[in-house]
Write a protein that binds this ligand. Sequence first.
Ligand SMILES: C[S@@+](CC[C@H](N)C(=O)[O-])C[C@H]1O[C@@H](n2cnc3c(N)ncnc32)[C@H](O)[C@@H]1O
Length: 274
Amino acid sequence: MSTLPPERPPSPAPEAYRLRQVAESFGSDAARYDRTRPAYPDALIDRIIAASPGRDILDAGCGTGIEARQFQAAGCTVLGVEPDARMAEFARSTGVEAEVATFETWDPAGRTFAAVVAGTAWHWVDPVAGAAKAACVLRPGGLLAPFHHVFESPPEVTSAAAEAYRRVAPDSPFNFGAQPGRPAIELYQGLFDKIASGIREAGEFGEPARWRFDWERTYSRAEWLDQLPTLGALTQLPPDKLAQVLDAAGAAIDRMGGSFTMPYATVAVTAVRN
Ligand SMILES: C[S@@+](CC[C@H](N)C(=O)[O-])C[C@H]1O[C@@H](n2cnc3c(N)ncnc32)[C@H](O)[C@@H]1O
């Protein structure tokens, strides 16, 4: 099997969406997921709303409802579709309506939307079947906007965690720090290309565009070690093995003075329904 960067989607292995056990593992600790995963830039949310012909949004892979709540706060109505019942239940508990299904197999029952969005979830969706499903539910002029956070912890932290991960999970298809020295944004280009070609292949959209929003966040040791277990590569590690990865990452952060600043780029691949 090809190796995948930790949560990083599948630019090197665009078939990652077939790894269903990982794809639907995030609900193993939904509360931690919701507490620690970063929200999306307001400028992205505003731009999607401005480019959509209405305020009714379908959120594919809504998870615990992080971006859904942002769209709600901006005045939208949002329906989430989420295959992991534990994530969907958490989303509902925060006021987000969510139906349990993969996006590809979900039954829209005749409903249509002004926009279909997906926050760091489209890499778990079949890119052609997903775009075709989006075309079915979007009204003419509607916007398809899957977006992803692109990020990487400092090389010292990544390589310490990678070394421990290789030791505790030698057979994993995921591989921390698989391509040291290559900026994360480059590793994601394959994913963004795959998303765009899935949209073209679905045949119902104008030419895809890319929107990029750069920002950063400073993490204390405790904050990063709280978020790290939510990465797809780690959700299924037994506690003793997970602890070894966290200890290694924590020691590296200690050597850096106890905190670090993470650069993020949030990138959307957008296309308008004909
Ligand atoms: C990394 S999480 C992102 C959750 C949320 N959108 C966010 O940004 O916080 C990916 C989500 O995609 C969901 N997912 C996996 N396969 C999917 C599919 N085929 N269709 C829809 N969602 C899927 C997972 O269950 C998980 O909740």
